[in-house]
Design a protein around this ligand. Sequence first.
Ligand SMILES: [Zn+2]
Ligand SMILES: [Zn+2]
Length: 360
Amino acid sequence: MKAAVLFEAKKPLEICDVTIDKPGPHEVLIRTVACGVCRSDLHFVDGAYPTPLPAIPGHEAAGIVEAVGDEVRTVKVGDAVVTCLSAFCGHCEFCVTGRMSLCISNDTKRARDAAPRLSLNGDPVHQMLNLSAYAEMMLVHEHACVAIDPDMPLDRAALLGCAVTTGAGAVFNASPVTPGETVCVVGCGGIGLAAVNAAKIAGAGKIIALDPVPEKRALAEKLGATHSFDAMAENTIPEVVELTKGGVHHAIEAVGREASAQTAVKVLRRGGTATILGMMPLGSQVGLSALDLLGSKKLQGALMGGNRFPVDIPRLVDFYMRGLLDLDTIIADRMPIERINDAFDELRKGDAARSVITFG
Ligand SMILES: [Zn+2]
Ligand SMILES: [Zn+2]
């Protein structure tokens, strides 16, 4: 099968003919239909985060089930599925206490001495983030995908695999937003736009979007932002505090930079919560001051939006089908796998909302 392989960080991906194994007892073979191009992949491609190589990136995908292992009960051949990198074992402490997105059990992976899921000329190729979706096929654990409504268009469904589940999860699971509360979203890429849209669905009062790019601010307003400001402008923080009469109840950071994380803390009102979603460079720090703590402000991470994806993703599909979740506006471009390196260049420029790789 055709796949985009990363052999060396800071080098372009190469399209190769990769061999994919047959499903083991708890595995699912999926024909990839679409895969979103997420900034987290760029961190590995550009070498900011270490990862074993060669590997196939891609972790925001949807497709059709081609084959299942003997023990698989959750999906069947022909099902439309969305994958999620938050593969969960179902029996560790995190899983049984309802925080399955924190599961790090190796039980969803193949044993070290077993045949690899992916290989190239007989040598193993690493599966990135449990998925490796920049490929015509994916071989994943059954707890890394969920069946969805077959009427859902799969190029839009792909975005539910990472960006939208993360942005919406910050609003629905991690915050969570009560109707009428104010929300400020810092950064209007795929995750930030999803957070804006989810805040509208949750019935937030003022929804304030911050981004330096005017086109992205316009998209945020289309998706439900009541106000938007240039994130880089000098007066933005005091303006947000003034507009909300003392700061917002919830700030959601969706960029992955120290400065934007600090902005999320600074726009909070007393008792407010900042949720940092962006993947910051390793070694980054963000904190609360003595006065922030006296004001009962809270700062938290929310890996992948604290999702319970087998429940969350079908609900998000339902929101799309009812016209509440606007995935059409979030997608800026669709392109074949041969243009994957162009898609990363677009992401480095930072202008587009979301590119999606489509297959077949
Ligand atoms: Zn992602
Ligand atoms: Zn687990």
